[in-house]
Design a protein around this ligand. Sequence first.
Ligand SMILES: NC(=O)c1ccc[n+]([C@@H]2O[C@H](COP(=O)([O-])OP(=O)(O)OC[C@H]3O[C@@H](n4cnc5c(N)ncnc54)[C@H](OP(=O)(O)O)[C@@H]3O)[C@@H](O)[C@H]2O)c1
Length: 268
Amino acid sequence: MSLIPGIGLGTFRLQGNEVIDAVTSGLGVGYRHIDTAQDYGNEAAVGRAIAQGGVPRDEVFVTTKIHHEWLGREALLASLETSLERLGTGWIDLALIHWPSPGGEVPMAESIEALAEARQRGLTRHIGVSNFTLAQMKEVLSLSGGEAIITNQVEVHPYLANRRIVDFCQGHGVQITGYMPLAVGKVMSDPVLQAIASDKGVSPAQVALAWVIARDIVVIPSSTKPAHQRSNLAACELTLSPTERARIDELDCNLRIADPDFAPDWDD
Ligand SMILES: NC(=O)c1ccc[n+]([C@@H]2O[C@H](COP(=O)([O-])OP(=O)(O)OC[C@H]3O[C@@H](n4cnc5c(N)ncnc54)[C@H](OP(=O)(O)O)[C@@H]3O)[C@@H](O)[C@H]2O)c1
């Protein structure tokens, strides 16, 4: 059983009142896991929504991510202190290295030790990584502190199955969290997903989410609309047949949406 709730609400791109409203309604419809990042510039707003949301703090799982500029020991610890101040949540549930150090500028051992220290200091309950390649996962698991890494958050949707990194992490007891599970809305217009959705009386978004969830991957779709948030949550109850899953498997075309110029050399 994963330490991370199986579905969370993403907050990338959402700012100010929009993110406050999205998180408030997300908590209202039943989300208990919120995903933010230093880079999203919305930690304070996310924290405000959680404080006002009426759900006891210890029932909400809050993830934030450390910007790739702050991966040296001092910078990482200071940036997490700042994140915690902005969130105002008392603790962070999961702190992730958002992207591996561009060009390996900061040694991975230094960042992982600092992350483990942040956990020991009580800044965060769990630690993990994001956008780590196969080679980087092998390295991180060999490091002191690496055994505490509980997740690698990577892009996963029907157009990017990301099988090698998913298989490797799952084979080594590291939970995969799949981001952009709806391919930022692209799944809605897919004919295969539409056909399966119409057979089952559900939406293509639900079909895409159910396919990711069936692979034992935590999903963090984002939505500003309560109706979408509710139906995305309900996708956790949707079961796809082996034939339906196989049809969706065929949509994989290695379409990587999140690929900034500082991204690692993808090896999967
Ligand atoms: N670790 C990383 O580097 C990284 C990178 C990217 C993203 N992430 C995380 O992953 C989260 C999810 O990714 P994402 O937000 O980029 O993309 P996404 O969740 O794949 O797609 C979000 C888009 O889908 C729409 N949508 C949501 N539910 C829908 C539904 N039921 N029917 C129709 N449309 C629907 C939303 O519009 P509405 O608002 O209109 O519903 C929004 O435009 C982010 O918010 C972030 O927390 C992490």
